[in-house]
Each structure stands twice: as C-alpha cells, then as structure tokens.
Design a protein around this ligand. Structure first.
Ligand SMILES: *Cc1c(COP(=O)(O)O)cnc(C)c1O
Length: 370
C-alpha cells in the first residue's frame, strides 16, 4: 500500500479534455496577460465570496503583501497575526516593511486567539491578519469588533479556506479583504502559481490592480511602487474549469473528514484529538489535522507502512531564524508551541478512497496498541 497526502491525477483525468480545450483557446488568442479568463475568474470568485471585487495576482503570498500595501500599511507599522501558519503570512508582513506581532492560538481551532489580541495593540498597530488554518475560519466576528474599536484593517489569509463559512458569512465578508492562493495543492489549485484578493473596498481593489502592474497608472506613470504580480491567463483558464466543481470537492473533503473522525474515535478517542469544527463554522478541510501523543514516532511508523503524513507546522514563525531580531523566544506562545509538537495531518483530498482511509486508521490503531 502507498497512500499519498494528495493525489491530483484522478481529478485531472476527470476534466482533461476541457482543460486542454481552454488552454488551446488562450494560446490561439495570444492574449496571455490579464485577459478574459482572469476577468471571469475575478468576477466569479468575488461573487462566490459575497463581495464586489476580485483582483488576480501572482500567488497567495503576493496577495497578502499587495492587500497590506493597498490597505495603507507602511514601513514600521505593526501587524498582528498568528505564528502557527505557513511562512508566507509573516513573510508578506515583513516584505511590506511592517513588523509582525505574533499572538498565541486557540487550541481548539489552531487559529489566532482573539482574546489575546488587545493586549498587544499599540499606537503603531494598523492591521490584523487572521489565518483560516486548515480550512476553518478564525473567530471573525470578535476580530472585526476589535478591529473596528481600534481602527485597524483586517486581511484574512484564506489561502487554505476558499469556500469556508462562519454563521452564513463567507471568507472575505467580515474582513477588509481576504486573500486566496491557487497553489496546486490548495483546495482550488492551479497548475502553477496564482492568487487573488477579494474585497468590498473599492479603493483597496483599485490600488491592488495598480500595484500588480508596477504601480503604473496612467500607463507609464508611477505614483506608487508596485511590482509585477499578475494571475496568469493560462492558470486562470484552468481555474475556470475547476471552479464550478469546488463546492462538490469541499463536500467530498468534509465527508472524508467525518469518516476519519468516526473511525478514529471508535478506538482512540482517549488517546488522540480529532479536528473540532466550532459551532457555526463550515470547515473545508484543506488539511485533516490531529493532535497526537508521540507524534514523530507515529509519523515514522506510518511512513514504514507506506502512509504519507505532514507536520503543519513544525517551526512556528516567532522562533524562525529570519525573525530573530523581533526578540521572541521559546515559551512566548505556549499553545502555538504545543501545537507544533502535536499536530499531524493525514492524507486528504476529494478523491481519497474509503479503503485507503481504513488502512490509515488501522495503522494508527496498530501503533497505539503496541
Ligand atoms: C499557501 C499559503 C500561502 C501562500 O500562498 P502561495 O500561493 O504559495 O504564495 C499563504 N498563507 C497560507 C496560510 C498558505 O497556506
């Protein structure tokens, strides 16, 4: 048996002809940059997120960076976020010239703990970036209230959470803007890099459009320092084929998550913690992540049995060497650090077979029976 974290081949085969036709259309038209496919995807994804504007950019990391810049974040400003995330969240803040301020997580959802935000707000604080980790939204209502009280913008890092909801509200509805990644492994993945900013803020959207083309407006006049970060037309054509299937894939992920949870809790509910979906949340399970004892031994054991697993994230951002000068040390964010020692993500994708899930569950049970 060999079970991968993610296998994209079946999905591709299910829409191969359509993808090839769309790519051929783009190549025949010779419209490679910011053409009709990017425009269509921007409109569709904005509508899907219940907001007015979508701005396609080069990748999810630039989406965060550009959203910060378009939202008025400047050198020396402080931006509050979580340290339990992919590097890009903190990296984008630093690239915008701002200072990341890391807050501990809620151990139930692995997302930023809103009750710890106000304590770190200073005169320099300008923004909050909650990350909707693994596909479950952070507590957006509380975060929005804090942001309004302190006049901060909120950029939702929704790279892992396209399609997620909270009390009926979509990603992007409660923040100033939300950012998506179309990296191939994400829930809506391109066949290369891509990203998007969605927002109801017309001015932010317009600034983002200018920043992604070198800050050029009118053409060849530069009032802001932009760069080259556009969603590629070929990638947008592929995403336009995939997008109508996204809700179906999210449901398939949720079914597989429920099945893992049911099977694991039959035998191991005293030993490990399965993912918890908070009331009101619609979790899209970009990852299915457990908390387990003896995590590293379990991972090695599963690897010997042909089962791939991943640790998201082994080293939280506050103790990454590149952020050393921020002055954090181990022990500063105890829940973040505990999660980094306990989290283990299992294979998860819409086409994952039930017999593969059974095999994964049986091997985890075997490990803890020894
Ligand atoms: C993937 C990811 C990003 C970055 O997206 P890219 O498209 O790879 O640049 C940012 N934040 C989080 C939480 C991610 O998972």
């Amino acid at each position: 048996m060999k079970i991968q974290m993610l296998d994209l081949s079946e999905q591709y085969q299910s829409m191969r002809e359509e993808v090839i036709t769309k790519l051929d259309e783009v190549m025949s038209s010779s419209q490679f940059i910011l053409g009709s496919n990017v425009k269509k995807l921007e409109e569709d994804v904005a509508k899907y997120s219940n907001v007015n504007y979508g701005v396609g950019v080069g990748n999810g990391s630039d989406a965060i960076h550009i959203a910060l810049q378009a939202g008025g974040i400047e050198a020396g400003d402080e931006v509050i976020t979580t340290a339990f995330t992919f590097f890009a969240t903190g990296g984008a803040i630093a690239r915008a010239g701002a200072v990341p301020v890391y807050v501990d997580i809620d151990p139930i959802t692995f997302n930023i703990d809103p009750s710890k935000i106000e304590a770190v707000i200073t005169e320099k604080t300008k923004a909050i970036i909650p990350v909707h980790l693994y596909g479950q939204m952070a507590d957006m209502e509380t975060i929005r209230d804090i942001a309004e009280k302190h006049n901060l913008i909120v950029i939702e890092d929704a790279a892992q959470a396209i399609g997620a909801k909270q009390n009926g509200k979509s990603v992007g509805e409660l923040g100033t803007a939300a950012t998506y990644s179309f990296f191939p492994t994400k829930n809506l993945g391109a066949y290369g890099d891509g990203g998007m900013i969605v927002t109801n803020d017309e001015e932010l959207a317009e600034k983002a459009r200018v920043i992604r083309v070198h800050g050029s407006k009118p053409k060849y006049y530069h009032h802001v320092l932009g760069y080259n970060s556009r969603l590629d037309e070929l990638q947008a054509a592929i995403l336009n084929v995939k997008f109508p299937r996204l809700n179906e894939w999210s449901s398939a992920r949720r079914e597989r998550a429920s099945y893992y949870t049911k099977r694991l809790n039959e035998k191991l509910s005293d030993i490990l913690q399965t993912p918890i979906e908070k009331e009101g949340n619609y979790h899209v399970f970009h990852q299915y992540t457990l908390r387990v004892p003896n995590r590293d031994e379990l991972q090695s054991y599963l690897k010997e049995q042909g089962i791939a697993t991943m640790i998201y994230y082994l080293m939280p951002l506050h103790i990454q060497p590149v952020f050393e000068e921020l002055g954090y040390k181990e022990g500063d964010l105890p829940e973040t650090e505990r999660a980094a020692k306990e989290a283990l993500s299992l294979p998860m994708y819409p086409e994952l077979k039930q017999e593969d899930q059974d095999y994964v569950v049986e091997k985890i049970i075997d490990f803890y029976s020894k």
